[in-house]
Design a protein around this ligand. Structure first.
Ligand code: NAD
Ligand code: MG
Length: 390
């Protein structure tokens, strides 16, 4: 899905690259602004958008003075030239002429249209919003081909794979091996999973993230989304994408080549590294924010198989990816709806994969051939899940 190996700076006069941060008040958005703070004049914040936490957004605006600010929650009309309210503001931020790189750090399906619009406008999309590729991988690839944009992943596993694959032809790749922390319930017995509380699920052992992805990491739905994301990013068939549990989150993923050599990318678990790499790829630039990596302190590094029967969301997502069409969009929307209910303490932890499986069975004939059809599948899956628990 990467169209070319050139940096977004290639062929342009040397000036600061304009970055639009969609979801600037979230975990990835604030991480990105921390990274940019250390980069001096290399980047310029051209646009910021958020959905909630307008106080933090206000502070960010004062600090970065972007040319455009968008707030999604609102009545849909722009209040004055540089500010916009409503859903359309994501697309407006992503397609501005002063924007070179769009960091999509929105959570969920709400990030899809901005990704497509940015790619059609020829932008680099530094993509944290993995749901974009899960819902509409083929449509997103077509948008990139039409407009000349490119996707560079922010997700740590996919950043690792990109760094390991480099420019090697896909025929040299035997397997992708995604690592998974296993989440907070990695070693809980199956009977205990039914009694997981919201507080338990929000305590991730190695990463500090937004609430939705933290729950996804606990169910392993996140790893399912990542398998599908890897398929579309790197063009590798599903039977050559594997997952292994690695509780320390130091090895961010591995690529096995046809000659038996395995390359891995390692580092302290912080999203600052993949965020910066997505902005500068294929170049690397200095970042003084992290202490040197200490392999002795990071030891031991261990690996174990995934407990697929106890965390069924991973299998359901992989199957949806293989089935294709609307199935990945149904998987994603059912998961989003079920996680929202879990976050409101209205359903149990083990209801999440059950709800996803039910929605996939009920909606297995939905059309997935266009953006509009995928929107209908998404809405049907959400309604199906809500209906199950009404
Ligand atoms: P978060 O909940 O912390 O932040 C989400 C941001 O998006 C906020 O700024 C919020 O205001 C905005 N937002 C929420 N709903 C919106 C909507 N409907 N329309 C427009 N804006 C909306 O989430 P996060 O943890 O930063 O994750 C963002 C994305 O990055 C997700 O797709 C997640 O899977 C992915 N990701 C996150 C991490 C991480 O470490 N947090 C790691 C890898 C990938
Ligand atoms: Mg990840």
């Amino acid at each position: 899905m990467r169209r070319n190996a050139a940096s977004p700076r290639a062929g342009r006069p040397v000036s600061a690259l304009g970055v639009a941060i969609l979801g600037s008040t979230g975990s990835i958005g604030t991480t990105a602004l921390r990274v940019l703070e250390r980069q001096g004049g290399r980047f310029r914040v051209a646009a910021l958008t958020a959905h909630s936490n307008s106080e933090l957004l206000g502070e960010q605006v004062l600090r970065w003075t972007p040319g455009f600010v968008g707030i999604v929650k609102g009545d849909g009309h722009a209040s004055h030239a540089g500010w916009a309210l409503g859903e359309g503001c994501l697309v407006r931020a992503a397609t501005r002429p002063d924007v070179d790189i769009v960091l999509n750090a929105i959570v969920g399906a709400a990030g899809l249209d901005a990704t497509i619009a940015a790619l059609e406008a020829g932008k680099r999309v530094a993509l944290a919003n993995k749901e974009t590729l899960v819902i509409a991988g083929a449509i997103v690839a077509a948008a990139a081909a039409r407009g000349g944009g490119e996707i560079v992943p922010v997700d740590s596993e996919h950043s690792a794979i990109l760094q390991c694959i480099g420019a090697r032809p896909r025929g040299e790749v035997r397997r992708l091996i995604l690592t998974a922390s296993g989440g907070p319930f990695r070693d809980w017995p199956r009977e205990r999973l039914a009694r997981v509380t919201l507080a338990d699920a929000l305590k991730h052992p190695t990463w500090n993230m937004g609430r939705k992805i933290t729950v996804d990491s606990a169910t392993l739905a996140n790893k399912a989304l990542e398998v599908i994301e890897a398929h579309y990013l790197f063009g590798i068939p599903f039977d050559r994408i594997e997952v292994v549990v690695h509780p320390q989150s130091i090895v961010h993923s591995m690529v096995e080549f046809v000659d038996g050599s395995v390359l891995a990318q390692l580092g302290t678990p912080t999203m600052e590294v993949p965020v910066l790499y997505a902005l500068t790829h294929p170049e690397r630039v200095a970042d003084g924010g992290l202490p040197p990596f200490d392999p002795v302190a990071a030891s031991p590094l261990t690996f174990e198989p995934v407990r697929l029967d106890d965390f069924p969301a991973l299998r359901l997502g992989r199957e949806a990816g293989i089935r294709g069409g609307a199935a990945p969009a149904v998987f994603n929307a059912a998961n989003e709806a079920a996680v929202a209910l879990f976050l409101e303490s209205r359903i149990a932890f083990t209801d999440i994969p059950r709800a996803i499986g039910d929605a996939l069975d009920a909606l297995d004939r939905m059309d997935g051939s266009s953006r509009d059809a995928l929107g209908l599948a998404d809405a049907a899956a959400r309604a199906h899940v809500r209906g199950q628990f009404a």
